[in-house]
Design a protein around this ligand. Structure first.
Ligand SMILES: [Zn+2]
Length: 49
């Protein structure tokens, strides 16, 4: 059975918000840092972990 952590057809895509400038973006995996200001980005969509 394949480990499908990233499935483009499911709702696995997360919503991330920068704690620095509040910029939001969607990505399959957590961005290392905000592309706008380089601040910390946190996942605000997925609560299962
Ligand atoms: Zn930012």
């Amino acid at each position: 059975m394949p480990a499908n952590d990233i499935d483009p057809y499911s709702s696995s895509e997360g919503l991330f918000e920068c704690v620095g400038c509040g910029s939001r973006q969607r990505a399959a995996s957590r961005p290392g840092e905000c592309p706008d200001c380089g601040g910390e980005v946190r996942n605000i969509a997925v609560s299962r972990e």
